[in-house]
Ligand binder design. Structure first.
Ligand code: SAM
Ligand code: FES
Length: 386
């Protein structure tokens, strides 16, 4: 099944293209259509995308044009990345967080949430099982910003996982000092995921209130992401699609940030509104726009790794990840958190896989990869992009 056939067949992308025959259209309309199509061709043929070109692509809404965008992204993926899909097992080890990000279900002010922390020895055991029994080659340790896990504790966990398992350890634990991240690197961690969330500084600052404990600022986040690359980490970053107040121009700026930050991995997913946050009454980000963002990121950044995120899967559990893999993505991030904790790590409602266990998720990703006719990467899946 080719990518263009499958996304059409799967029919998730809203059809807005008017199928009136050409002879019914006024001459002006025909010319307009031709100009529009040749502009699309011209943008897709260029080696580099300008901000204007990205905005044009993100505004595409006709079925035939979307088909061309996704096909082009799939071709670029094939040329620069190949057929392998890499899998990262995500272990959500604590839902405590000192931050109050307006969008996030585990924000500290959500007093309805029961909090949990998995003990370091249990974390090491879960990682070991994910690698030796389920075959994962990367364990991504994710949590809220939780100081309970001190520098020494995180260091020790990384070392113990690496002693027991042949894998890469990746960290998604939020903002820590550069010195701490250096120590985690020395302990053996080789990847980090810190999203910039939005490239619009004003919007970032609205969404991340400062407090006496945290000094959230856009500049600080961007600086940290750049420093991580200098330490030697393969750096993952990203943003949410459909944040309240976000424009298409912001999204274009977000895509351009990947190069500015020298990112190795792009993690973009839709914003999904959580009822127990200040953004409870907002609209969710759109699945279609998230897919376009993946495709444009692939065309703009060529060899970057791009994940089909859990948030995207949560908006379309039937085939969201398959569509993402066919629109430029090459990474899957199944959950390896024990089932008893999953419900408590709902950054947003209806999060995918909360009723499954790590074994189910491992099998499920194999099926997803088979469905799109690709292969699971057998190595560590280190970044191609330097
Ligand atoms: N504490 C770490 C950090 O901040 O990097 C990692 C955990 S944090 C919850 C992981 C990511 O979840 C955030 O970077 C954010 O983009 C995403 N996220 C949080 N709330 C979300 C929501 N309501 N919808 C979609 N994604 C969300
Ligand atoms: Fe803690 Fe978002 S509020 S991760």
């Amino acid at each position: 099944m080719s990518s263009s056939e499958s996304w059409r067949g799967l029919g998730m992308v809203k059809e807005t293209y008017t199928s009136r025959p050409a002879h019914d259209l006024k001459l002006e309309g025909i010319r307009e259509k031709e100009t529009y199509t040749s502009r699309l061709d011209c943008i897709l043929d260029k080696n580099e995308l300008s901000k204007e070109g990205i905005v044009f692509l993100l505004k595409l809404d006709r079925r035939e044009h979307l088909g061309r965008l996704f096909k082009k992204a799939d071709e670029v993926r094939e040329e620069y990345i190949g057929e392998d899909v890499y899998v990262r097992g995500v272990l959500e080890f604590s839902n405590y967080c000192r931050n109050d990000c307006l969008y996030c279900g585990i924000r500290k002010s959500n007093l309805k949430l029961r909090r949990y922390r998995i003990k370091p020895e249990e974390i090491v055991g879960i990682a070991k099982n994910a690698v030796s029994s389920l075959g994962f080659r990367t364990v991504l340790l994710q949590s809220g910003e939780d100081g309970y896990y001190t520098t020494e504790v995180v260091e020790d966990m990384i070392k113990r996982i690496l002693e027991k398992c042949d894998c890469r350890v990746a960290l998604s634990i939020g903002e820590r000092t550069v010195e701490e991240y250096k120590r985690f690197y020395d302990a053996g961690a080789r990847r980090c995921l810190v999203r910039f969330e939005t490239s619009n500084k004003k919007l970032f600052e609205k969404l991340h209130p400062k407090s006496s404990q945290t000094k959230n600022s856009f500049g600080r986040r961007v600086k940290l992401i750049k420093r991580l690359g200098k330490i030697g980490y393969q750096v993952g970053t990203g943003f949410m699609v459909g944040l309240p107040g976000q424009s298409i121009e912001d999204l274009a700026g977000d895509i351009l940030m990947y190069d500015r930050l020298k990112a190795n991995m792009a993690g973009t997913g839709p914003f999904i509104c959580h009822p127990d946050t200040p953004l409870a009454c907002s609209n969710n980000g759109s699945f279609e726009m998230s897919l376009k963002v993946i495709a444009v990121t692939r065309i703009a950044c060529k060899d970057i790794f791009i994940s089909a995120t859990t948030a995207l899967q949560s908006l379309n559990n039937a085939n969201g990840r398959e569509l993402a893999l066919q629109a430029g993505a090459n990474l899957l991030m199944p959950n390896i958190t024990p089932k008893k904790y999953r419900m408590l790590y709902q950054l947003y409602p209806n999060k995918a896989c909360v009723y499954e266990n790590p074994f189910d998720c491992a099998n499920c990703v194999k099926k997803v990869v088979e469905t799109v006719g690709r292969t699971i990467g057998r190595g560590y899946g280190d970044a191609i992009r330097k």
